[in-house]
Design a protein around this ligand. Sequence first.
Ligand SMILES: *Cc1c(COP(=O)(O)O)cnc(C)c1O
Length: 388
Amino acid sequence: MSQKDIYGWVDQSLSTIKKANWYRQTKAIAGKAGAVVELNGRQVVNFASNDYLGLAGDERLINAAIKATKEFGTGSTGSRLTSGHRDLHRELERAIADLKQTEDALVFSSGYLANLGTISAIVNKRDVIFSDQYNHSSLKNGAKLSGATCIDFPHNDVDALRALLAKHRQNYRRCLITADSVFSMDGDLCPLPQLAELAEEFGAMLLVDEAHATGVLGKTGAGVTEHFNCTGKPIIQIGTLSKALGSLGGYVAGSAKLIDFLRNRAATWIYTTGLSPADTAAAIAAIKIIQTESGRRQELWTNITQLKQALGKAEIVPSESAILCFGLENPEQALNLGQVLIKKGFFAPAIRPPTVPTSRIRISVMATHSTQQMQNLIDILQTHLPTS
Ligand SMILES: *Cc1c(COP(=O)(O)O)cnc(C)c1O
């Protein structure tokens, strides 16, 4: 075979992806992050971002990032265990531990890497992982990377999980239960208190991914763990700095011993460059705002409630977060409504199988959407969603 055929499969794969209608492309957003952004040269109200509190464009985060860059430079220049560790990193880790009310925390370059590194460090081939079938890709790939036996349980089905634990737990050394705390494609919550009870009963560790919950849920914005009064329980909390915190990076929060262990065993932390000064400083500023300005979270929940009250019956499952999904009868209808929304100046994606079981429009609400912007969106959705 000639050299130029070696990569011929790429073209074939791409055409298969296109034929199945699974082909995806990036869309460029112009201008500053916020409730209104520029898409294809037009101003659209942004119902597609994870910037729930509107902090990614906040002057205080921007200024913190500029200040840290001027003081420390653009890159951290090395891994945390070599030349890349700064006091700023510890300051952020202490702020996360304070928000989460855990003994300590560790920041990774992304939430994805926090899951890969943590899961693959704490279990291996002698162990077993039980994971919710709707878990995020990073939890699933972390489980694969660990080499542990992976058993999926039906979404949020505590009885099914109990039966699986009863059947399989005793065949393995360590056991880990994993779940998103807010599920990203429906906006529903995991039954955390029941998961914690099962973990205790069966001698399992429990890891929850608070990516869409931190800053959004809980009295102080600490997430679903706080929302369900599970603060202080032996739960490993993963999260991201890139959603409500408006920065970039990920973290794990837990006991001081666990964090110390991860600093020695999490490959995606040890062998990668430390977080940049700008991202670190922006995240510190964000946590300060989350802890001192509960009004932002209240504004977010006012908007969520407005949308739920107007359209709740069209929701696929009742959401308990800033992610609300409204069902359409088929993929074509979802795509059409997505197009109608764009034409009217609203950016909200149509999500279709195979990403999710049923076609939908997925709305991410922000604290900084105005009441009028919310009402305009509701008016369009009410005229286009199925009425039953
Ligand atoms: C977004 C997300 C991640 C990844 O976080 P990044 O910091 O963007 O890598 C992990 N888990 C869940 C549940 C997420 O929604």
